[in-house]
Ligand binder design. Structure first.
Ligand SMILES: N[C@@H](CCC(=O)N[C@@H](CS)C(=O)NCC(=O)O)C(=O)O
Length: 211
C-alpha cells in the first residue's frame, strides 16, 4: 500500500494535489502528517525526504518527492485511470497547464495562501495578484467549455490538471474572488467532491498554527 506524507491540510496546497489524485483513484493509502509549524518540523521532513519538503509518496522501497512527480508516478501506475487526457494534443495542453501552475503564480501563492478554515476574507490586491487570477480564469474559461459535454472537469473527466487547480479553487473560495459563471461552477464542483469535503473537514479539525 502507498504511504503519502503530507503537511497540514489547512495550509499545504502542494500536499492536496497527490492526496486528491489518490482519492479520485479510489486507491487505499496510508497517510502520515507532519505539522509544518513545530520546532522539530524540518528534522522530521528531512528524515522523510532529503529535499526537505512534503509531499512524499512511499511505494515499498521507492520514495517519490515533489507533487508533480508523485502525480506523474501515479499516472504511470494506473494507466487505465486516465489521469492525463487520452488525446496527445490535449495531454500536452494539460501538462502545460500543470507545469504553469507548478512553476508560476507566485503572487497568488504569496498573497492568497491556502487557508481552508477561512472564508470570504479580503486579500491584498496588486497588479501581480490580479494578473495571476486573470490567467487562471482565462485558462478555465478557455478549456471548460470545450469539454463540458464530456464532464464537469477541465478536460471533461478528472485529470491531474484538476488536482493542480483544486488548491486554487480553495483560495478563490477563501478570498471570495469574483469569477465568471462557468469558473464559479467549476470551483463549486471541485469543492463539493466527497474527497474535498473530507479534506476540508480534516483541515477544520487541525490545531491552528502557533505563531
Ligand atoms: N515543489 C514542491 C514544493 C513542496 C513544498 O513547498 N512543500 C511545503 C509544504 S506545502 C514544505 O514542505 N515546506 C516545509 C519547508 O520548506 O520546510 C512540491 O510540489 O511538492
Amino acid at each position: 500500500m502507498f504511504t503519502l506524507i503530507i503537511g497540514n491540510k489547512n495550509y499545504s496546497s502542494w500536499s492536496l494535489r497527490p492526496w486528491l489524485v489518490l482519492k479520485m483513484l479510489n486507491e487505499p493509502f496510508q497517510e502520515q502528517q507532519i505539522d509544518l509549524f513545530l520546532s522539530d518540523t524540518k528534522a522530521r521532513i528531512l528524515a522523510a525526504n532529503p529535499a526537505g519538503k512534503v509531499p512524499v509518496l512511499i511505494d515499498d522501497k521507492l520514495r517519490v518527492w515533489d507533487s508533480l512527480s508523485i502525480c506523474e508516478y501515479l499516472a504511470e501506475c494506473f494507466p487505465a485511470s486516465r489521469l492525463w487526457p487520452d488525446d496527445g494534443a490535449l495531454r500536452a495542453i494539460a501538462r502545460s497547464i500543470v507545469s504553469e501552475i507548478h512553476s508560476g503564480f507566485s503572487a497568488m501563492r504569496q498573497h492568497l495562501p491556502m487557508n481552508i478554515r477561512l472564508s470570504r476574507v479580503a486579500y491584498e490586491s496588486s497588479p501581480a495578484v490580479e494578473s495571476d487570477i486573470a490567467r487562471v480564469i482565462a485558462l478555465w474559461e478557455e478549456h471548460l467549455p470545450r469539454h463540458e459535454s464530456d464532464g464537469p472537469f477541465l478536460f471533461g473527466a478528472f485529470t491531474i490538471a484538476d488536482a493542480f487547480c483544486a488548491p486554487i479553487a480553495t483560495r478563490f473560495a477563501t478570498y471570495d474572488v469574483k469569477l465568471p459563471t462557468r469558473s464559479q461552477a467549476y470551483v463549486q464542483h471541485i469543492l463539493s467532491l466527497p474527497a474535498m469535503q473530507e479534506w476540508y473537514q480534516a483541515a477544520r479539525s487541525e490545531a491552528p498554527r502557533q505563531l
